[in-house]
Design a protein around this ligand. Sequence first.
Ligand code: MAV
Length: 326
Amino acid sequence: LKKIAKATLVGAAFAALATSANADTTLRGASMFDEQHAFTKTLMKFDELVGQYYSGDVTFDLRLNGELGVEKDYVTFLNQGVAIDYTILAPSNMARFAPSIPLMDMPFLFRDLDHWNAVLSSNVLAPLEKELSEKADIVIVGYAGGGTRNLISSEKISNMQELAGHKMRVMGAPIQAQVFNAIGAAPSAISYNEVYNAIQTGVVNGLENEAASIQNLKFYEVAPYLTKTAHSITVRPIVFSGKSYRKLPKDLQAAIMKAGKEAGNYGRELESREDAIKLKQMADAGQIMVSDFANREKLLEMVKPVQDNYAASLNATDLLTAIRNK
Ligand code: MAV
């Protein structure tokens, strides 16, 4: 529990008279990870910056280690305006509420970090933000992420043959399953907090994830083979519940927007920089065995029509082209 920005001591008598806009506001956040993970550090930076930019009193209650569940739960909470006010979410975990939002984190969307950076520092994703706000009542206040997702499995996978029929967990958005189907794997959507067990019991033989989370949640214990498919560079919005946001004083809303953008930049720099370091730490510790994938270019080719169809089904072909052309 983190308390900051208690700048002034408000006397009891005054406090009783204070309007709700002046009264202390507590904002609750959630992270699936401990203090070491880039998402937690980003949310803590967000708290700190809001405290700095807002002249009133605001208290942050950031719950870690999945105490309040996983992203699939958080998205429901934010939509309903209960339990939490803010967090970081994978767009593919918001598909139920806004079907086009996973377009921003579908596999093989970004060529490299430069492309990813160019997209995130432009406003090309604005139409998706609008849809999320209208359909899910969730406000994007910044963009974190920057991890590169690879396959991680209990058996070695280094070519198309070994990938064929590979039972793997994917995030809940249909486009995720479609992409991994298209490259020959056998994906199933499983809740993130059940994945470790599902691998241990052989329900699936692996997942796809980025270094920070593989390390934090120790997925390597059950899936020590990491295959460098580098199929996604993560886009992870810092999100606020619209229902909570609208209740806040205008100057606190402004502080949140400013802090969100800056905390996002901080998080992206941090996670993208640490990605290779974390892979190396796990490899050096003998926790993962890293191999390249023989035909990465081929995967890209197989996936492109799936991306095109998905965008077309959302009337978002122009948007996809704009992202690709950044
Ligand atoms: C990683 O922990 C993060 O990218 C997180 O945002 C995702 O929800 C999670 O993977 C996942 O695969 O569900």
